[in-house]
Design a protein around this ligand. Structure first.
Ligand SMILES: Nc1ncnc2c1ncn2[C@@H]1O[C@H](COP(=O)(O)OP(=O)(O)OP(=O)(O)O)[C@@H](O)[C@H]1O
Length: 769
């Protein structure tokens, strides 16, 4: 039954919603007006673009008018988008106007003030705040404060107030479903409710239930390097997204969403998180995976993907591992920088520039230009070389313009083609007919030699592959790297380059070298760099990202325990390496130890897999024990799998079967697909997650979560030793509500160990006779 208090609150909710509805109505009208204005301009614009101009003067006028219209159209589009954004915000508020209330009393005031907190601010016609944005300075109290005297940060400095009451609401479609008064930061009741319900295809915002330690991450504006080490399911990704929303709100004038870049683990993840910021009325930041970023920069080279590397890394020998570790280190990147700084001009490697299959600029000519320049930094020397090449190209264009073939081509030009080449020039711009012909001739040759210009502009005359190979000869590796390893690695690199391939481990150092030598590759506009799942990046790669976005504040989040096929590094050691590699001034390390995603029994099992799992604090959400299903041959295992899938599907929207690698995912998929059409095999090209039964290797499920998970073949053969702890732990922690583990033959020692308490698993053996 509704208490009196709840009735009073519901009345307020009704009144606020009523006022929001009026706002939605007026903004909708504004929106329709903006749309029709936009349409009118568009129609006018397309009518004008179809003008068939013949006379040059006409054409110029038309294009000026067109430009004006284009500018007007883009202003209107922007306006329309702003209004659409506002409309969305109000519509969201209409369903659930707020989730929190704080009663405060400022020093010296006799009255208490009630403040309501929601996803966005809303004021009445007299500008009284009916709802405060969760990011407003005062709202911090809701997340951080316990009853009594509290302080909060404002642009004018710290403020004091007394917190008298904190109330949480769950409002759905305008109705208060539940409300609690709490003394804690954000009480567990609401969290229980929210977590128990989750089964969406995309991630939801968590603003109603942000926890104290998550709030520290979200509201940190001071640190230039914020490293968050958080256990699986502790809300790292959530913290990133709410932090972005927070930063956008706080620096409205200076920061745009596209000045923030997030490196995400895979494309599925990008889609999975894509609704969070729009649900908070903000535009999404830029998102990219490391593979996309590297291959875009190393155009023409097929860079090994992280997924290929996962598959390969599981097989590395100790010697190969030592080399890989070295190439992934900051020490290696330092050697790259050193090499570039001390590179003698005669050791600089150039390519010929080709045109039409013939050498256009010989590399000997380029070498000579480079070497003849005075002593300069490599990038400056390179830039001057480039400018000289462009000058020489212009000179050759002028010469070529006198050739017979050009004159012939001019004779054959139609009027339209001629005017097109004339561009914005007018006939009276030329004193003589010859000058005009000459102008057209140069235009023709310039167009023909465009490729040469592009090759110079894009620095193709630097032979970066040979340069990198030359660098490998000069490297001093640490003691644990075998003496022949660098030479072998160089051979392999050159061999792969022949086939336009490059190992992931060489990509960052190679790009770093190219950037230093050419002075390119840096984006100074990016203000924030976020890296999720940082444990999958080497220090060398992170260092390259820092170099590529030199002005960006960095937020790196990860979980050392979820490193696949890699030794675990302690968060403190990690921060120390990052600190010395990055020369930052205000680094900060934060830890999140409480895990929210999974039920208590699933988290208890996952904790027991880790040597130092005790630090993980499970959120107390009840659920079934994880089930262990053991079969002794593949066929009966696959049959049992079909049964398990059917059982789990009865209670869960999505069941994910997670395998150790791609080959096992294929094997499982084939069997399931044969029996039932409703199964999807996910690949790294997929952009979104359907509902239903999904099969994928674990590296594609990084950062994702599913209602139920089946960990496929956790046998001793498949997960033989502690190199696979991270993999198994990552699989288990993808499950929100139910987890089943299946083993073909004896179970992995990681599970069948003394450390694993009996009570954390329900075990089912096939009865054999
Ligand atoms: N304060 C919170 N309130 C409600 N839900 C939360 C909260 N914190 C985390 N969650 C939920 O817990 C789940 C895990 O969060 P998230 O994916 O951000 O964790 P993570 O640390 O990035 O996980 P992982 O490293 O395992 O991928 C999500 O469903 C998220 O919505």
């Amino acid at each position: 039954m509704e208490s009196h208090e709840q009735k009073v609150e519901q009345k307020r909710v009704d009144s606020v919603i009523h006022q929001i509805a009026a706002k939605v109505k007026s903004v909708s009208m504004e929106y329709s007006k903006a749309r029709s204005e936009m349409k009118l301009v568009q129609e006018n614009y397309s009518a004008n673009t179809s003008v068939n101009y013949v006379e040059v003067d006409d054409r110029i006028e038309t294009s000026a008018e067109l430009q004006q219209q284009r500018a007007l159209a883009s202003r209107l589009i922007e306006n329309e988008q702003i209004i659409a954004g506002q409309l969305n915000v109000y519509k969201e508020l209409q369903k659930s106007p707020y989730f929190g209330r704080i009663d405060i009393q400022d020093p010296g005031e006799s009255e208490q003030e009630k403040l309501y907190i929601g996803t966005a601010s809303f004021t009445d016609d007299e500008s009284n705040f009916l709802v405060y944005d969760w990011r407003a300075p005062i709202s911090a109290i809701y997340y951080n404060g316990t009853l009594g005297d509290v302080t909060y940060d404002t642009p004018a400095g710290k403020q004091m107030t007394s917190l008298k009451k904190k109330r949480q609401f769950l409002i759905q479609n305008g109705h208060i479903e539940s409300m609690f008064d709490t003394n804690e930061t954000v009480g567990d009741e609401l969290l229980q409710h929210v977590l128990g319900q989750q089964n969406d295809e995309t991630m939801q915002n968590i603003v109603a239930t942000i926890q104290h330690e998550q709030n520290d991450i979200i509201r940190d504006t001071r640190s230039d390097l914020l490293v968050v080490q958080g256990v699986a399911g502790s809300g790292k990704t959530s913290a990133i997204l709410q932090r972005i929303a927070f930063l956008l709100y706080h620096s409205r004038q200076e920061l745009q969403a596209d000045q923030i870049v997030l490196f995400s683990p895979n494309k599925l993840f990008s889609h999975y998180i894509s609704d969070v910021l729009p649900s908070l009325g903000e535009r999404n930041m830029r998102q990219v995976t490391l593979a996309e970023f590297l291959s875009q920069r190393l155009e023409g080279l097929d860079v090994e993907s992280l997924f290929d590397r996962y598959e390969k890394d599981a097989e590395l020998s100790l010697e190969q591992q030592a080399l890989q570790d070295f190439k992934s280190s900051s020490a290696y990147m330092h050697q790259v920088a050193d090499y570039c700084q001390h590179l003698a001009p005669e050791h600089f490697k150039f390519n010929h520039i080709f045109f039409d299959g013939r050498i256009f600029f010989n590399k000997a000519e380029i070498e000579k230009i480079y070497q003849d320049l005075p002593k300069l930094q490599p990038a400056e020397r390179f830039l001057r070389t480039k400018n000289i090449l462009i000058k020489r190209l212009k000179h050759r264009i002028n010469q070529e313009a006198q050739s017979d073939w050009v004159a012939e081509q001019i004779d054959q030009l139609s009027d339209e083609q001629y005017h097109e080449l004339l561009g914005s020039k007018r006939r009276y711009d030329f004193q003589e007919v010859d000058a005009e012909t000459n102008y057209i001739a140069r235009k023709i040759v310039t167009r023909r030699l465009r490729k040469v210009y592009d090759a110079i502009y894009n620095n193709y005359f630097l032979d970066i592959d040979s340069q990198y190979a030359d660098f490998m000869d000069t490297v001093t590796p640490p003691e644990d790297v075998a003496p022949h390893a660098m030479a072998d690695s160089k051979k392999r690199f050159m061999h792969d380059i022949e086939f336009h391939k490059c190992d992931l481990v060489d990509a960052a150092p190679l790009l770093y070298m190219r950037d230093i030598l050419t002075g390119g590759g840096q984006n100074h506009a990016m203000q924030h760099l976020f890296v999720d799942e940082m444990q999958d990046y080497s220090i060398a790669q992170l260092q390259y990202l820092h170099h590529a976005f030199p002005k960006a504040q960095m937020t790196f989040l990860g979980d050392a325990e979820q490193a696949l096929f890699k030794a675990v590094q302690s968060p403190e050691a990690l921060l120390t390496s990052l600190r010395s590699a990055f020369h930052v001034r205000r680094p900060r390390l934060l830890k999140l130890n409480r895990s929210y995603r999974s039920t208590l029994p699933i988290t208890t099992f996952a904790k027991a897999l880790l040597p130092d799992g005790d630090q993980i604090e499970a959120f107390n959400r009840p659920g079934k024990l994880p089930r262990m299903v053991i079969r002794y041959d593949l066929d009966s295992g696959l049959d049992a799998l079909i049964q398990e899938v059917a059982d789990l599907r009865a209670d869960n929207g999505t069941v994910a079967i997670l395998t150790k690698n791609l080959q096992q995912a294929h094997q499982v998929y084939q069997k399931l697909h044969f029996e039932n059409d409703d199964v999807t095999l996910m690949t790294d090209a997929d952009l979104s997650l359907p509902k239903g039964t999904l099969v994928m290797p674990i590296y594609l499920a990084k950062g994702l979560e599913f209602d139920a998970v089946i960990a496929w073949d956790v046998s001793a053969t498949n997960f033989p030793d502690d190199r696979f702890t991270g993999t198994l732990y990552t699989i288990a922690t993808r499950a929100m509500h139910q987890l089943v583990l299946m083993s073909i033959g004896p179970v992995s020692p990681l599970i069948a160990s003394e450390k694993m308490p009996d009570s954390v698993l329900e075990i089912e053996h096939e009865l054999t006779n």
